[in-house]
Ligand binder design. Structure first.
Ligand SMILES: Cc1ncc(COP(=O)(O)O)c(C=O)c1O
Length: 499
């Protein structure tokens, strides 16, 4: 007789058809674990039994079990079998909150979620902890000049304008689009007019809009590996076949003769996420030529380019050539605050109308008062002044963190791709080091770091190890305390510290 798990897997395997059998089995089991269908400490059937039940070879089951074990979802007890781990990687988000998510999902009978919904929930990686040492990518929201912004908002509120209270169908508030076009031409060397700028609710939404409007189910889309999980999950849920492209110190290494050319190519040219290099001039050229040859769109995610602490900022890829096949995405999440939920797209002229219409159809669009306030904030010079001030502050915090790393761990621990930019850095760990376990121990001590290996899409078990440390939202005093605690976690994992 087939077990419940056997029935569940057979059903799921029919729905999840991408990739090899062992990859599909791995995904189905992982989703079952993350969604709490297989609870911590549940014993899994012997590989031979499961293979028989679901009509696959024993090696397929063994490979899926091995990969789940390498990624921290399963534990093998020699001679006794295989169990779901007590703490799975998602637990490093926060123990209580992820447990709560899991039981909520279970209570809502996750089996009834659509295939798309299950993928989205199963691969969800947003951390519930968005503030504190060392949350990567969070700016210091307490430093924002709220009094100035609130003054602008209250003034606008006193003169309500019908245009700002109805749905937006124009790609966002005209004043903001125009202020951004002026700002981006100078600050990022972008070639644009106001009629190429569309306001979004951030890069996540822009990714959803672009992938839904410009790619079809089953189209190939390239992303960087390692890369930003948010983009990866959005693409996957929209039915793209996501092809990971490796990254080196010059940025993405494109496949110059692809068998299946990509519809879209997602890149972070000014500061590769998460490793930190910038896309070299040769690679920029290669990528543009390749996109022109295959009729692909390059999607340039310029999420934190404002923060480069030495030398000149690298201009955006979008501005390198006239009529470049590039869609540029920017965000106010790092420069103002993430909860503002405002970002922007700069699109080739021919795409403005379809993308504006698609955006209105999908999301309707609103927050026009806030958009107008941001436009005034930019026009009055406060935006650039704030960025300048934060660049100094984050530069100091980054330097302080690097000094701690050098002093207590050594220079080799700073990732070699690191450039003086962004809101986080990568602490490099030796191959084979369990970065997921370290992140999980750190979380128990109230320190939020993310394991580098989890940003890789391919070959998880061989992925380079490290920790992402955000420095922007932590002052020096808190950083020192948190770093001391982190050192303790590293020592517990057998890593020698210098003092
Ligand atoms: C590479 C990258 N792109 C985009 C985003 C998110 O942007 P938004 O808040 O505008 O959706 C992040 C967030 O940290 C990021 O790291």
């Amino acid at each position: 007789m087939r077990s419940l798990l056997g029935d569940y897997l057979l059903q799921r395997l029919q729905e999840d058809v991408d990739g090899t059998l062992h990859q599909r089995l791995f995904r189905c089991l992982r989703i079952a674990i993350v969604n709490g269908i297989l609870r911590p400490q549940t014993r899994l059937p012997a590989s031979r039994d499961l293979a028989q039940e679901i009509h696959v070879s024993r090696n397929t089951v063994l490979s899926a079990y091995e990969q789940l074990q390498a990624e921290g979802y399963l534990e093998a007890r020699t001679g006794r079998g295989t169990w779901v781990a007590e703490k799975i990687p998602e637990n490093y988000l926060t123990p209580h909150q992820s447990q709560q998510n899991i039981s909520e999902i279970r209570n809502k009978r996750v089996l009834k979620l659509s295939k798309r919904g299950s993928l989205l929930v199963g691969y969800a990686a947003a951390s519930p902890n968005q503030w504190g040492a060392f949350v990567p990518g969070t700016p210091d929201v307490t430093e924002f000049p709220h009094h100035i912004f609130n003054r602008i908002l209250s003034k606008l509120n006193r003169e309500p304008d019908v245009d700002r209270l109805i749905y937006s169908n124009a790609g966002g508030c005209f004043e903001l689009r125009s202020a951004l076009a002026d700002y981006l031409r100078v600050a990022r060397s972008i070639r644009c007019d106001v009629d190429q700028v569309i306001i979004t609710e951030g890069i996540h939404q822009a990714t959803d809009l672009v992938s839904r409007t410009l790619s079809d189910h089953g189209d190939h889309v390239w992303i960087e590996d390692p890369g930003y999980w948010g983009v990866r999950n959005t693409l996957r849920v929209n039915g793209a076949i996501v092809d990971p492209m490796p990254v080196d110190i010059e940025g993405i290494i494109p496949d110059l003769h692809p068998k299946k050319p990509p519809k879209l190519i997602f890149v972070t040219p000014s500061h590769q996420y998460p490793l930190g290099s910038h896309l070299s001039p040769d690679r920029r050229k290669q990528l543009l030529d390749l996109a022109r040859r295959y009729g692909s769109w390059i999607i340039e995610d310029d999420y934190d380019s404002e923060f480069r602490f030495s030398g000149q900022p690298y201009p955006a890829l979008q501005g390198l050539e006239a009529d470049a096949p590039v869609i540029y995405m920017g965000t106010f999440s790092k420069t103002i605050f993430p909860a503002l939920r405002l970002g922007y797209l700069v699109v080739p002229k021919a795409l403005f109308s379809p993308l504006r219409i698609a955006s209105a159809e999908l999301y309707r669009g609103g927050h026009l008062l806030t958009q107008k306030a941001v436009a005034e904030f930019i026009r009055e010079g406060h935006y650039e002044a704030h960025i300048r001030r934060m660049r100094l502050l984050y530069g100091k915090r980054r330097k302080f963190l690097i000094e701690l790393i050098y002093r207590y761990l050594g220079k080799a621990y700073l990732h070699e791709f690191d450039e003086e930019a962004g809101l986080h850095l990568v602490l490099k760990l030796a191959d084979g080091c369990d970065d997921v376990a370290i992140a999980s121990r750190a979380l128990e001590r109230g320190i939020y770091v993310r394991p580098l290996s989890q940003y890789y899409m391919t070959n998880h078990s061989q992925a380079p190890r490290g920790l992402l440390l955000g420095f922007a939202c932590v002052n020096e005093k808190d950083m020192m305390m948190a770093f001391g605690n982190l050192l303790q976690c590293l020592r517990e994992q057998g890593i020698k510290t210098l003092s």
